[in-house]
Design a protein around this ligand. Structure first.
Ligand code: TYM
Length: 340
C-alpha cells in the first residue's frame, strides 16, 4: 500500500488522569511543539478524556484535569490556531469508530498488551471492559484522522503497532486501501523518563510518592528539592555513555538534562566530565527550573480562566469534526451500515 496518498498528519493524545509529569512533557508535549513548529505536518493534539475513564475518575476532578492538560499543551507552545487541540469526548466519532474496531481487533491481540497486564495485575477480572478495549479506542483516535505519524513515549509503542494491525486487517477484510499504516515516532533521549526514586520504573502520574516524579505544576523549590533528593549511586559521572550502563538512576538524570537542554546525552558528559552529584544535581535543578517554571506559571494563568480553555477546546473540536466526520461516513459505507 502506498502511504504517499495520505497527507502527512500527526495525531497524539494525553490522558487527563492526574497531573502532567516531566515524562509527559519530555516524552510527548515538547516534541508535539517541535513538530508543530517544523510545519511539515498537520498536527492534531487531543486530551483523551474517554481513555481516562477506563479507571475511576471523580467527575469534578476529571473536568479540572482535562483543562489542566489543555493548559499544559498551550503553556508549552501548542498553538490552538496552528494545531487542532480538543478533548476527545466532544468528537463522538472517536467512540463510533472504536466500536467498529472492536469488531475488527481480535481478543488474542488485546491479551498481548503489556500495559493492560501491568495495570490489571492479578485482578484482570475486576477491571473495566473499557480498560481492556482501550487500544482499540486509541487506534480509532489515530485512524479517524488518517494520521501518518504518532509521536509517543516508548510505553505506547505496542499500542501504535496494534493500530497498524487493525488498519491492515480492516483494509484486508473489506478489500480497500482506506486506513494508513500510522508510524510511531519515538526518538530523543527522553523516550522513557524514569522514576526519581527507582531508575528501573517509569515516571508516572500515578506512582505512590510525589517525590518520585516532577509535576508540571511544581514550583521552583519543589523541583529543586526533588532533583536534589533523587536517588543515585555513589560514583561520579563517567567520561562516556557506556560508563552509564547498569546505572539506571544516573543514566536517567543525564537523559533528563539532555532532553531539557536539547543536546545529546554524550554532550552532557562532555560538559560535566567526571562531575560528582554535588555538582551535577544543582546544575540539573537549575536547568529544570529555568525550562519548567515559565510553563507552570503560564499554566496557572490559563487555569484562572477555565471558560477560555473550554472555548478553545470547543473550537478545536469543531475543526476536528470537520476531518473526522467524512472519514467515519466513508467507514460506515465500506462496512455496509445504512445511512439515509
Ligand atoms: P499517557 O497519557 O499515559 O501519556 C501521554 C504521553 O506521554 C508519554 N509518557 C512518557 N514519555 C516518556 N517518559 C515517561 N515517563 C512518560 N510517561 C508518559 C506517553 O508515552 C504518551 O506519549 N494511551 C495514551 C494516550 C493516547 C494516545 C492516543 C496517544 C490515547 N489515544 C492516540 C497517541 C495517539 C496514554 O495513555 O498516554
Amino acid at each position: 500500500m502506498s502511504e504517499s496518498r495520505f497527507t502527512p498528519r500527526v495525531f497524539s493524545g494525553i490522558k487527563p488522569s492526574g497531573g502532567l509529569t516531566l515524562g509527559n512533557y519530555l516524552g510527548a508535549i515538547k516534541r508535539f511543539v517541535q513538530t508543530q513548529d517544523a510545519g511539515t505536518h498537520e498536527t492534531i493534539y487531543c486530551v483523551v478524556d474517554l481513555h481516562a475513564i477506563t479507571v475511576w475518575q471523580d467527575p469534578a476532578e476529571l473536568k479540572s484535569a482535562t483543562r489542566e492538560v489543555a493548559a499544559g499543551f498551550i503553556a508549552s507552545g501548542v498553538d490552538p490556531e496552528r494545531s487542532v487541540l480538543f478533548n476527545q469526548s466532544q468528537v463522538s466519532q472517536h467512540a463510533e469508530l472504536a466500536w467498529i474496531f472492536n469488531c475488527v481487533a481480535r481478543v488474542g491481540w488485546m491479551d498481548r498488551m503489556t500495559q493492560f497486564k501491568e495495570k490489571a495485575g492479578k485482578n484482570a477480572e475486576k477491571q473495566s471492559l473499557g480498560l481492556y478495549a482501550y487500544p482499540s479506542l486509541m487506534a480509532a483516535d489515530i485512524l479517524l484522522y488518517h494520521a501518518t505519524h504518532v509521536p509517543v513515549g516508548e510505553d505506547q509503542k505496542q499500542h501504535v503497532e496494534l493500530t497498524r494491525d487493525i488498519a491492515a486487517k480492516f483494509n484486508h477484510d473489506y478489500k480497500v486501501d482506506f486506513f494508513p499504516m500510522a508510524e510511531p515516532v519515538i526518538e530523543g533521549p527522553a523516550m522513557r523518563v524514569m522514576n526519581l526514586r527507582d531508575g528501573t520504573k517509569k515516571m508516572s502520574k500515578s506512582g505512590e510518592s510525589d517525590m518520585e516524579r516532577i509535576n508540571m505544576t511544581d514550583d521552583a523549590d519543589t523541583i529543586a528539592k526533588k532533583l536534589q533528593k533523587a536517588r543515585t549511586d555513589a560514583a561520579p559521572l563517567p567520561e562516556t555513555l557506556e560508563g552509564l550502563d547498569g546505572r539506571p538512576e544516573a543514566r536517567n538524570l543525564v537523559d533528563i538534562y539532555a532532553a531539557l537542554a536539547d543536546i545529546p546525552p554524550a554532550e552532557v558528559l562532555a560538559r560535566y566530565p567526571g562531575a560528582g552529584w554535588g555538582t551535577f544535581k544543582p546544575a540539573l535543578a537549575e536547568l529544570a527550573v529555568e525550562k519548567l517554571a515559565p510553563i507552570s506559571r503560564e499554566m496557572a494563568r490559563l487555569m484562572d480562566d477555565p471558560a477560555e480553555i473550554d472555548r478553545l477546546l470547543a473550537r478545536g473540536a469543531e475543526r476536528a469534526r470537520e476531518i473526522a466526520a467524512p472519514v467515519l461516513r466513508e467507514t460506515y459505507e465500506i462496512v455496509g451500515l445504512l445511512r439515509g
